[in-house]
Design a protein around this ligand. Structure first.
Ligand SMILES: Cc1cc2nc3c(=O)[nH]c(=O)nc-3n(C[C@H](O)[C@H](O)[C@H](O)COP(=O)(O)O)c2cc1C
Length: 203
């Protein structure tokens, strides 16, 4: 049977969710998946990006990361999304991409994709859980299969404790306040594992 194909799709202004995506990539590759790390298109005006040095720096550093396309969604068996909170919900950049998936949805192409979400915020209760739940609402409309980490492994307790998906708090300088690398890696491996089961079932 062919390897699980995983698309890790993220949005990040200042690098946190890019780092989460990279850790997920590392773990998924360890699990034998074929992995693409893909960003959603930046839609903010250049003036806004330039007004925040950390945003500008991250924008320049990740210029070569491919922008996700609808073909990537069709290609992958599973998706991991990583997004910062924006007032308790996903950034407009991610929503903008999701709102281009109507054709795939209409043709049943998103059914049974295995999905999982991660998030970050500046406050410990700043909207991480709500952001992931908002994402999962869309995933339910797709008919996707949500592979949340839950408390299926003790690593969740040591990585922020969010059973919906790994999430982290960042300080004013953009540094992560909790060590969530192991939680991210576990979540990615679990997503790949569930996708393997689904692929085997389909076969
Ligand atoms: C428009 C906007 C709204 C935000 N809303 C919240 C919020 O409601 N709660 C919170 O804790 N952080 C909030 N933040 C902080 C971001 O979530 C934080 O900068 C982000 O998680 C860092 O991730 P990144 O480095 O991947 O961009 C907001 C940031 C922006 C720019």
């Amino acid at each position: 049977m062919s390897n699980v194909k995983l698309a890790i799709i993220y949005y990040s202004s200042t690098g946190t969710n890019y780092q989460l995506a990279k850790w997920a990539e590392e773990a998924a590759k360890e699990s034998g998946a074929e992995v693409k790390v893909l960003k959603v298109e930046e839609t903010a005006p250049q003036q806004a990006i330039a007004s925040n040095p950390a945003w500008k720096e991250h924008y320049e550093e990740t210029k070569d990361v491919p922008v996700v396309t609808l073909n990537d969604l069709e290609w992958a068996d599973a998706y991991i999304f990583s997004i910062p909170t924006r007032y308790g919900t996903m950034p407009a950049q991610m929503k903008n991409f999701i709102d281009t998936t109507g054709g795939l949805w209409f043709n049943g192409k998103l059914v049974n994709k295995v999905v999982s979400g991660m998030s970050s915020a500046q406050n410990p209760h700043g909207g991480q859980e709500a952001t992931i739940l908002n994402l999962y609402t869309t995933m339910m409309h797709w008919g996707a299969i949500i592979a949340a980490p839950g408390y299926s492994d003790p690593v969740t307790f040591a990585s922020g404790g969010n059973p919906y998906g790994t999430s982290v708090t960042v300080d004013q300088d953009g540094n992560m306040k909790e060590d969530v690398k192991d939680g991210v890696k576990y979540q990615a491996k679990r997503t790949v594992e569930v996708a393997k089961w689904v692929n085997a079932g389909k076969a």
